[in-house]
Ligand binder design. Structure first.
Ligand SMILES: [Zn+2]
Length: 180
């Protein structure tokens, strides 16, 4: 039943998606929210920054519960509500592999992941997640993309190290939501 949405297909060309949006730079998040904690490792660790901690919420966003930054969780809820109306099959079957996780980017020794501020989420269909850098993505993610794009989320399929299960609030959107 969920075979079709979990099926891996080739990614479209990078110029055809993420139009007008940029990946969110850690420096933007640090400037607007501070550093989630002093030192980062490869595993998830708790947020220790006091002001940021107050903005981390856990909420049922429809198909699942998430923990993340207040404005990101609310935006995610709007994305999923739009998906529910526009592509209910995708809405019914999408699963979360996690939002808030204070850690380094996989494979980096210094770059914080945007999951550290709870402004990014990893999603999948079926029982497996799609690995990075294979140039492929799950059909369900391809169908979900337009709803994220409409709310100003950047799709990790556009990263130089392609990560198609990852969506994050774009730099422009973070700036609008937090500095606006
Ligand atoms: Zn991710």
């Amino acid at each position: 039943m969920d075979l079709k949405l979990s099926k891996l297909v080739s990614l479209p060309s990078k110029s055809s998606f993420n139009t007008g949006l940029s990946p969110c730079k850690p420096v933007t998040l640090t400037r607007l929210l501070g550093s989630p904690r002093e030192s980062l490792g490869t595993d998830c660790q708790p947020v220790t920054h006091r002001e940021l901690k107050k903005r981390i919420v856990t909420k049922d966003v429809g198909p699942f519960k998430v923990t993340g930054l207040d404005v990101a969780v609310n935006s995610l809820q709007r994305v999923l509500q739009a998906a529910k109306a526009g592509d209910p099959e995708v809405y019914d079957q999408v699963k979360s592999a996690g939002m808030l996780c204070v850690r380094l980017v996989r494979g980096s020794r210094s770059k914080p992941s945007n999951h550290s501020w709870g402004t990014a989420i990893d999603l999948h269909f079926g029982s497996q997640v799609d690995g990075r850098q294979d140039g492929l993505c799950q059909v369900g993610l391809l169908r979900l993309y337009r709803f994220f794009h409409a709310e100003g989320w950047y799709w990790g399929a556009g990263f130089s190290k392609e990560d198609s299960m990852h969506f994050e609030l774009a730099d422009e959107t973070v700036t609008r939501l937090l500095a606006g």
